[in-house]
Design a protein around this ligand. Structure first.
Ligand SMILES: [Zn+2]
Length: 333
């Protein structure tokens, strides 16, 4: 025995929760599949449901499949008639080009979703009507452009055949497991974010826009860049594009050259090797404290037998590390 939460009322599918006492007294309810007469059970110790007045053998699969189809169709038809949207939430690849002109870098923001009102294009529909050798459960179509079609497939036990999926036709498959899944169709909103909804043969769009404008922290593309200063020093800062760009803008008078694509030319696994190689290829000398004429090698005794060597700058009169030389204006070979 299956519990029916849906029946037909005045030619349309109705959920038991929408039935009033008045409707029960005056109206007539029918099995969505077999058309057999039913009555609405509204009060009592059991959950509200429709039950048959005559024996009926509708299987659960058929009931779910047929009801989902009718509810989808009815919801879509109502949206068209009342000028209401029926949204499809789809995924696209977002790229931010806000700082592209200045830096040649775009922020790759990955997959995002947006909504599209299907009724704006698909103003007509067909139920189980053959089309190019297929028989989709429902086909949404455009009267202006009859080649624009979306197959809607309701999957209860069987998933859409691979032939249909490979046909090239846009197809939305909605898996229906229970009455709640059917009720959700009434929201006029189907989404790729729902586990039971799959889109096939929709080309994933790439959208380029100044997306990062709406982010408080600005452009989030993480990069390593090369900055060469007019005084001969250089550095390889690694940070968010927004911060790098703002630092460069502030210091632009001191800067000779910036390479935002520096990492593209890196070939070694080791960062240090890559930097050395990069500098060599660009005819720049490597600045390291150990190569500087002001450096002294300190040997510090730690423990009985062990020593630690460190670099001491005789000019700055402090301990230094190799990296310090990159931006040190006193570096001399
Ligand atoms: Zn950005």
């Amino acid at each position: 025995m299956i519990t029916h939460s849906w029946a037909r009322y005045k030619g349309k599918p109705i959920h038991i929760d929408e039935v009033t006492l008045e409707m029960r007294e005056e109206g007539e309810f029918f099995n969505v599949v077999s058309g057999k007469k039913m009555t609405a059970y509204l009060e009592g110790k059991f959950q509200r449901h429709f039950h048959h007045l005559v024996p009926d053998k509708t299987s659960k699969e058929t009931y779910l499949h047929e009801t989902a189809k009718q509810v989808f169709l009815d919801s879509y038809e109502q949206a068209l008639q009342n000028d209401k949207p029926f949204q499809l939430e789809y995924a696209y690849d977002a790229t931010c080009n806000r700082l592209f002109k200045e830096t040649g870098v775009k922020c790759k923001l990955g997959s995002r979703t947006d909504k599209f009102d299907l009724t704006r294009v698909y103003d007509t529909f067909f139920l189980e009507k053959g089309y190019e050798g297929f028989q989709p459960d429902i086909r949404l179509s455009s009267t202006k452009n009859p080649l624009e079609n979306i197959f809607i497939e309701i999957a209860v036990t069987h998933e859409s055949s691979s032939k249909k999926l490979k046909s090239g036709h846009k197809l939305i498959e909605i898996k229906i497991r229970n009455d709640e899944d059917i009720k959700a169709l009434r929201k006029n909103h189907i989404s790729v974010l729902n586990a039971n909804t799959s889109l096939y043969n929709f080309r994933k769009k790439g959208i380029e826009s100044e997306f990062c404008l709406s982010s408080e922290k600005g452009c989030r593309e993480f990069r390593k860049v090369f900055i060469q200063y007019k005084n001969g020093t250089y550095e390889f800062p690694q940070y968010y594009l927004e911060n790098i760009w703002s630092d460069i803008s502030i210091n632009h008078e001191r800067i000779k050259n910036v390479d935002y694509q520096v990492e593209k030319t890196f070939v070694y696994l080791n960062d240090k090797e890559n930097k050395e190689d990069y500098l060599k290829r660009n005819g720049l000398e490597i600045r390291e404290c150990k190569l500087c004429k002001y450096v002294a090698h300190n040997r510090e005794k730690i423990g009985k037998k062990n020593f630690r060597t460190s670099l001491f700058c005789k000019f700055l009169k402090e301990n230094v590390t190799d990296e310090k030389a990159e931006l040190c204006e006193y570096f001399r070979k």
